[in-house]
Design a protein around this ligand. Structure first.
Ligand code: TMP
Ligand code: ASP
Length: 237
């Protein structure tokens, strides 16, 4: 089935059609990019680790009432998902200031926020995922007002589940990026992945970064950090 050309190839995953039009197979790659692919790298095991972390978390999110595209993990690097039409809006949820938020607004990384911040970016590599607001998404026909309200509600529900989940495992969830898709019946579901590629994870004991910032910022030890996050995510508490 994976001999076929991918329907879509992103920077870290490939998406394949299957004989069932309602399902896709997603293959996680070992490639890493940052800063809109100006920086490229890869390490063995990255795809498998992100696949395993996502495959562990999505059923838990389903259990918490958040609909997702996830069906099952098929292999080390592949998972079966429901075919959705991706809403071209990246949704970032921030619990603490960090990354581009800190840079843009001159706020120290790690600074507390009075409430979580939800930001939206247009999913376009060519444009560098520019920051938008929900009016932009409606005006350009990417999503309806109702879809965006549902997306915001689900993003905050994901946050409410994940923050204590990681805290119990000794990790501060600083911020994360989600993508949503639409099923043929119009239902909005969580799509894409939740992994060290798409979240900032800080070790609560040491402050060590256990996410893609190790690669973005040339800190080294990315494979070890991702493996540590898989261990934490799957740890019984
Ligand atoms: P930022 O601070 O660079 O905007 O990133 C916020 C969060 O979103 C962080 O957890 C990393 C994640 N992210 C992605 O998953 N994909 C991206 O393309 C970018 C820029 C950030
Ligand atoms: N994934 C994005 C890129 O490849 C950015 C990032 O995660 O920093 O450029």
């Amino acid at each position: 089935m994976n001999q076929a050309a991918p329907l879509y190839e992103g920077k870290a995953k490939k998406v394949f059609a299957t004989e069932n039009p309602a399902e896709y197979v997603v293959q996680y790659k070992d490639d890493a990019t940052a800063f809109n692919a100006q920086k490229r790298g890869q390490w063995a095991g990255k795809g498998a680790t992100n696949n395993a972390i996502t495959a562990h978390l999505y059923p838990l999110l389903e259990g918490a009432g958040i609909p997702t595209h996830f069906i099952e993990r098929l292999s080390e690097t592949e998972q079966r998902v429901k075919a959705v039409k991706i809403v071209p809006v990246e949704v970032i949820v921030r619990n603490l200031a960090a990354g581009s938020f800190s840079k843009r607004l001159g706020v120290d990384e790690g600074a507390a926020l009075e409430r979580p911040v939800v930001e939206y970016c247009y999913k376009s590599d060519a444009l560098g995922d520019p920051l938008i607001n929900t009016d932009t998404a409606v005006a350009l026909g990417w999503a309806s007002e109702a879809d965006l309200a549902r997306i915001r509600e689900l993003a905050l529900q994901v946050r409410d589940f994940l923050v204590p989940y990681f805290q119990q495992r000794g990790v501060t969830l600083v911020d994360f990026k989600l993508e949503f898709g639409k099923l043929p019946d119009g239902e909005i579901v969580l799509a894409d992945e939740i992994s060290p590629d798409t979240c900032r994870f800080w070790d609560m004991a040491t402050g060590e970064r256990l996410d893609k910032d190790r690669f973005r910022r040339d800190l080294g030890g990315e494979a070890e950090a991702y493996a540590e996050m898989l261990k934490r995510v799957t740890q019984e508490v």
